[in-house]
Design a protein. Structure first.
Length: 324
C-alpha cells in the first residue's frame, strides 16, 4: 500500500514529461520548407498561391515552395496532396472543383472529405453575367424575360465542364426556369472571345477575363453572381438583388492539407494564413488579380464544402452533367 504513491508519482512524472515533449515538438514546427501544390502556372490560383506564400513566409520562419501540377483538369494536383505525408509540410491550394469532380466523373482516386483536412477558405471571385451588345437586355430581369420569350434560342459560352462559367449558368437556368443552350469552348478566354464576336449571346464570365472586354465595350455587364456586392465591381448589382432572389455562385479558392495532419499544425497554418489574408497588403495584391481575400476556420471550410456538395451535387445530378 505504501508503494502506491510512488507508482502514482512516477506515472504523473511520465505524463508531464510526455506533455512537455509534445509541446516542444509542436514548437519545432515548421522546421523545413513547406510545399504548396496547385494547378497549372499562370492562373488565378497560381497567383493567389504565390501571394499567400510570400505573405506567410515571415510568420512561419520557413520558405514556401510552389509546385504546379497541371493536367487531368487539376486532378493530378489533388491526388498528389491526397497521397502526401500528413505532416503539415504539403498543402493544396485549389478551387471548389476539388469537391465537385466526384460528381462529374465516373471514377476518381480520392475522396474530398476522407482524404483532406480543411485549413481555410482563401479567396473568392464572382462570375460576371455578360452579354453580347446585340442582346436587348440591360438587366437580369430583362435577360430572364428575353429567355422566356425565346426558349432555347440564346446560347451561352463556357469553359470546362463543371467550371464556374458552366455551373453558374446551370444554376441560373434551374432557378429562373429558362433554357440557354451551352456552347463549350476550350477555356473561358476563348469563350469570352466568342461572346464578343457574337458566336454566343450570354456568358457568366470570370472576372479577370471579362473586365478588359467590358471596358472596351465589346461585351455588356449585367450583374455579379456573388450573394453580396463585390469589392471588385462595386457598381454592379448582384443577380439576387436584380431579378433572381436567392441566387449565389462564386469561385472559391481553398487550402487543404492531407487527412490526419496534426490539428496543432493545421491551427498554426490557419492562424498565419488568416493573419495575412486580413492584412491591407493581401487585399491590395489579390484585388489586383480580381480575387477577394476571405478567411475561415477549418470547421467553416468543412461546412462550406458539405453544403456546396449537397447544393451543386444535386444540380449536377438533376441536369445530367457528366464527363464522357
Amino acid at each position: 500500500m505504501r508503494q502506491q504513491p510512488r507508482v502514482l508519482a512516477k506515472t504523473i512524472s511520465i505524463g508531464v514529461m510526455a506533455l512537455l515533449a509534445g509541446g516542444i515538438h509542436g514548437q519545432d514546427y515548421p522546421s523545413k520548407p513547406i510545399r504548396i501544390v496547385t494547378s497549372e502556372p499562370g492562373g488565378g490560383l497560381d497567383f493567389a498561391s504565390r501571394v499567400i506564400a510570400h505573405g506567410i513566409t515571415g510568420g512561419l520562419g520557413q520558405a514556401i515552395i510552389i509546385e504546379n501540377r497541371g493536367g487531368a483538369g487539376g486532378v493530378i494536383a489533388i491526388e498528389t496532396v491526397a497521397r502526401a505525408q500528413p505532416d503539415g509540410y504539403t498543402l493544396l491550394v485549389f478551387g471548389s472543383t476539388i469537391w465537385l469532380v466526384p460528381f462529374l466523373r465516373e471514377k476518381v482516386n480520392y475522396d474530398p472529405v476522407r482524404d483532406f483536412a480543411p485549413v481555410t477558405l482563401a479567396v473568392s471571385s464572382p462570375n460576371i453575367v455578360v452579354v453580347n451588345p446585340s442582346v436587348p437586355a440591360t438587366s437580369i430581369k430583362e435577360l430572364i424575360a428575353l429567355a422566356k420569350a425565346k426558349p432555347g434560342e440564346l446560347n451561352y459560352g463556357s469553359g470546362a465542364l463543371g467550371a464556374s462559367s458552366h455551373l453558374s449558368v446551370e444554376l441560373f437556368k434551374s432557378m429562373a426556369g429558362v433554357n440557354f443552350v451551352r456552347v463549350p469552348y476550350k477555356g473561358t478566354g476563348p469563350a469570352l472571345i466568342g461572346l464578343s464576336a457574337g458566336q454566343v449571346q450570354v456568358m457568366f464570365g470570370t472576372a479577370g477575363g471579362s473586365v478588359p472586354l467590358i471596358k472596351a465595350g465589346k461585351i455588356r455587364a449585367l450583374a455579379v453572381t456573388s450573394s453580396k456586392p463585390s469589392a471588385l465591381f462595386p457598381d454592379l448589382p448582384t443577380v439576387s438583388a436584380s431579378g433572381l432572389p436567392g441566387y449565389e455562385s462564386a469561385s472559391l479558392g481553398t487550402i487543404f492539407a492531407p487527412a490526419k495532419t496534426p490539428v496543432a499544425r493545421i491551427n498554426r497554418l490557419n492562424q498565419e494564413i488568416k493573419r495575412y489574408l486580413f492584412s491591407p497588403e493581401a487585399k491590395d495584391q489579390l484585388l489586383k488579380s480580381t480575387v477577394e481575400p476571405i478567411a475561415s476556420t477549418p470547421q467553416e471550410l468543412a461546412a462550406t464544402m458539405k453544403s456546396e456538395m449537397a447544393r451543386l451535387g444535386k444540380l449536377i445530378k438533376d441536369a445530367g452533367i457528366r464527363e464522357e
